[in-house]
Design a binder for this molecule. Structure first.
Ligand SMILES: [Zn+2]
Length: 164
């Protein structure tokens, strides 16, 4: 608590806005446990952050129902916000509307490609040689969100983040 917070309603409001911006910034830097180059904001998993009294409420939408990473993400959000001084944190899970791979940001799609994962939406392109010909090796790759593909040009296996 600093002096600004007790010097009038206007300052309290301003502090609340700053807190909200800071909470949003902290929450949006939390990374996906399965693809740690992507933040939950990149993936569109983080739907919103609000301040309710003294509580920070972060709302997330699972990439698919029963995604085991969600528990980890909720823990990571609490940990990150707690570390930033928000000790009252609630993580709400919203299932409606369901998450869509369309919610992945442009930056997120580029990070996926850079990480060697063919992004969802559009043609599947080999991240190694950019060939558009690949076959499905397994519908479930390293995680249920991804399919394991093999490039028929260069032979390299790669993950494809499936369309949802
Ligand atoms: Zn290839």
């Amino acid at each position: 608590m600093d002096a600004a917070q007790s010097s009038g309603a206007g300052m309290v409001m301003a502090t609340a806005v700053l807190d909200l911006e800071r909470a949003r910034a902290v929450a949006s830097r939390v990374v996906d446990p399965e693809i740690p180059v992507l933040t939950i904001a990149d993936l569109g998993i983080l739907r919103g952050v609000r301040i309710d009294g003294h509580r920070v409420v972060a709302t997330i939408t699972p990439t698919y129902s029963g995604c085991p990473a969600m528990l980890q993400i909720a823990d990571d959000l609490r940990f990150a916000l707690d570390g930033a001084g928000f000790d009252d944190v609630d993580v709400a899970i919203a299932h409606d509307p369901p998450w869509s791979s369309d919610w992945i940001t442009q930056e997120g799609l580029e990070k996926l490609s850079g990480f060697g994962i063919a992004p969802p939406g559009g043609e599947i392109v080999c991240p190694q040689c950019r060939s558009g010909s690949a076959r499905v090796v397994s519908r479930f790759g390293s995680t249920a969100c991804k399919a394991l593909m093999a490039c028929t040009s260069c032979g390299e296996p790669f993950d494809h983040f499936k369309d949802f």
